[in-house]
Design a protein around this ligand. Sequence first.
Ligand code: IPM
Ligand code: MN
Length: 373
Amino acid sequence: MNSYKIALLDGDGIGPEIMTEAVKILNLVAERNKVNFELTHASFGANAYFEAGHPFPASTKSICDEADAILKGPIGLSHEESQKIPVDMQPERGALLPLRRRYNTYANFRPVYLPKDLAHFSPLKPEIIGDGIDIMIIRELVGGLYFGHKETGINEDGRRYVKETLEYDEDQIKRIMQVAFKTAQKRKKVLHNIHKSNVLKSSVLWNEICVEVGQNFPEVEVINILVDAAATYLCLNPRMFDVMVMENMFGDILSDQAGGILGSLGLMPSACIGPDKAYYEPSHGSAPDIAGKNIANPYSMIGSVAMMLEMSFNMDHEAKNLWQAMQSVFAGGYSTSDLSKPDSGVTMVSTSEFGDKVVEKLAGMEIPNQVSE
Ligand code: IPM
Ligand code: MN
């Protein structure tokens, strides 16, 4: 029997609630597929800071080091609450970026997926959504401005100043381009390369490497598009995109915008892949305003489980089942109140009821191993 260790970092705000639903799914998947998932919870984020004095405590680091994969909930507090934590201990800077750096998770996959059945979630007009949206945003996750040298001080004129550097070397760009081309090759063979080479030298090098790597993928068509124009087209014509590749900060912004065109960041799971370790997380924040109310939709967290099944454990078929199970719950007319308005004609369910419905659907689907027997 295959056995995998999974570290569960519940996180802050709605994190623990949606993690509970993910655990229900993992238990069912284990049972159905006769695999063993050894689940270990570990504290991470603002709660970890208040409990253990560090947002990424040493004990959590060793649980993650040991794990075959990591499932992470959202972290962070309201702006006011965050002020109670020293700047470098705030969970984004003190936990999340160090997690990415520790495991060098350079390739961030953010699927932007809205089947036609779910088009009503989107603020875009039905004629723009057409048959649905299906984009894969590939964001470089451990370079650029986020990880560059930072400096603050007083300059020669006595003014406070800040300096942050945007640095990439060719190897960092090459490896993310390879991921992007391979992904495009498996999908529609079109890659939108997002850049700002009319201003940034970093984008000039980025584009050069894109051309070089592209020589090994002659069947993939590359379309270069400036990041600001891409933002416009994501609203006007999202269906023109299939795979998009971009540097860290462009990816942070455009992936949130893509969540907006789906109607909610609650529909955005993600995978963060490094050479030896991967972690999976919703792309959204910890939504402290709705925490503890049992109304947050667990889709992004359960979608992150689906990505883990596929990308860390090669359980592609079960991952597809899980996506389908979640979508059929929506298509059956159920939703949570964070995603849908009371008068939208859907039956409103809680976080845990939504999770139970996904469990019920998945339990009724074909078990992959038995299919091939
Ligand atoms: C994301 C988040 C993070 C980022 C924050 C929490 C540091 O917004 O994963 O997109 O900016 O990368
Ligand atoms: Mn973000």
